[in-house]
Ligand binder design. Structure first.
Ligand SMILES: C[S@@+](CC[C@H](N)C(=O)[O-])C[C@H]1O[C@@H](n2cnc3c(N)ncnc32)[C@H](O)[C@@H]1O
Length: 412
């Protein structure tokens, strides 16, 4: 990657985030409840999402590349880590200092480096950290692979990598929004704000309700920012491999149901290629994520696991449970339960089929309809009316944005 290009993109990204900082989750408000709620949210992602509980930060040396205003990484300090923050935006790092002064147990324990992650003296910090952290940053740089290599080089053997970015498939709906906004005249910040508010105000409403950023922060993080190159799971896993990092977990989970389904399976011996293939299934769910878990479950199971099937399945489990020499279980009864299960499976009502395949079909039809409207340069009101009629496209979560990975650098 040529350095000029890297620097050009860096300047472009910086200029966008100078106008509206994307990481002000609570620091722009003086509201203890907002801070406490956000802390709970962050804690549960570490504790229950990637299974890296806050206690594991205690006494650790941590470096965070692209830490923004520190509104996220401050919790590592509260949990006992000594933090080094690297951030290109001087305005953001000034706010991070204030956030750390206010909330960190001891401000002097932490370092603040105002620099691009490509320019600070990273060789000096080689293998100095127990945890290297970077969240939502490499998607905005021109050379992700090099950025990742720098990040991984900072971890001590036996240390952890906590890394997040958006996801290619999970971000496709956002890319469609961008495409539409730009096609419909979003050629500068003002126009982008105007068109995105006209077409996608529900998405902005939902986002600010989840985390109380300003509407402008959402719009500048999503649609005015130009370098938004989201990696796939496969790309991330290949970065892990090239840099000697083992995949441990992720949130949302990339593991398909059934991976390593045995208590004697060695997690290190599970074939990587099946993880990647399984993640393509999951990424297709991320493409159309709309509501959440129940919907995802139905997407994979279709209508096979309906109530009558489940009742019969429970009967089978109960009949066979703790089967002993003297258990009175007739072979005919057993065989007819299996027969019933077979029938119930073949009786699946495809009219009600909510499977991934069916939902993807609806989604693709809606995308085609949307593209027609954009191509015909329809007015914003007409396009908005059509968006209101969609079932999946631009509804609810609008896909998956952030995926947090936990990796481990093996001891030599
Ligand atoms: C989406 S924000 C995420 C901030 C923070 N990590 C968080 O999770 O809240 C991306 C941040 O990366 C910073 N950034 C972008 N390119 C950078 C670079 N080359 N070096 C350092 N920071 C960079 C931006 O200024 C911005 O603060």
């Amino acid at each position: 990657m040529d350095t000029n290009r890297l620097k050009e993109i860096e300047a472009e990204t910086l200029s966008n985030f100078k106008k509206h900082r994307p990481s002000e989750y609570f620091s722009h408000l003086d509201d203890t409840k907002v801070f406490n709620d956000f802390q709970k949210q962050v804690e549960s992602i570490y504790r229950y999402g990637i299974c890296f509980p806050p206690e594991l930060f205690d006494g650790k040396n941590l470096i965070d590349l692209g830490s923004g205003t520190g509104d996220w990484i401050i919790f590592s300090a509260i949990w006992g880590a000594k933090c080094t923050l690297v951030e290109i935006n001087d305005d953001a790092i000034d706010i991070a200092k204030k956030v750390f002064k206010k909330y960190a147990p001891k401000y002097e324990d932490h370092d603040f480096i105002n620099s691009s992650l490509f320019d600070f003296n990273y060789p000096r910090y080689k293998e100095k950290f127990d945890i290297a952290h970077s969240r939502g940053v490499l998607t905005h740089v021109a050379d992700k692979e090099r950025g990742f290599k720098i990040l991984a080089s900072l971890i001590k053997p036996g240390g952890y990598l906590i890394f997040s970015d958006r996801n290619t498939a999970g971000g496709i709906q956002e890319m469609l929004q961008r495409f539409a906004i730009y096609q419909l005249g979003g050629v500068n910040d003002e126009k982008i704000v105007e068109i995105s508010e006209a077409l996608f105000c529900d998405d902005i409403d939902r986002s600010v309700k989840a985390i109380p950023r300003t509407r402008e922060a959402v719009i500048f993080d999503r649609w005015t920012i130009q370098q938004q190159d989201d990696p796939s799971v496969e790309e991330i896993l290949s970065f892990f491999k090239k840099n000697g990092i083992e995949y441990v977990s992720s949130w949302p989970n990339i593991e398909y149901p059934g991976r390593g389904a045995s208590s004697v399976t060695n997690p290190l011996e599970i074939d990587d290629s099946t993880l990647i293939k399984g993640s393509r299934l999951i990424e297709n769910l991320w493409l159309i994520l709309n509501k959440g878990d129940q919907e995802n479950l139905e997407s994979i199971a279709g209508s096979i696991l309906d109530n009558s099937y489940l009742e019969k399945f429970s009967k089978l489990e109960n009949d066979l449970r703790c089967c002993r020499i003297d258990t009175a279980l007739g072979i005919n009864d057993l065989s007819s339960t299996f027969g019933d299960l077979k029938e119930l499976i073949s009786d699946v009502n495809f009219e009600k089929d909510n499977s991934l395949k069916n939902r993807l079909k609806i989604f693709f039809d809606e995308v085609i309809k949307f593209c027609e409207l954009i191509d015909d340069k329809k007015d914003l009101v007409t396009i908005r009316e059509q968006i209101d009629k969609f079932n999946i496209l631009f509804k609810g979560y609008n896909g998956v944005r952030d995926v947090l990975f936990l990796g481990y650098k093996k001891k030599n």
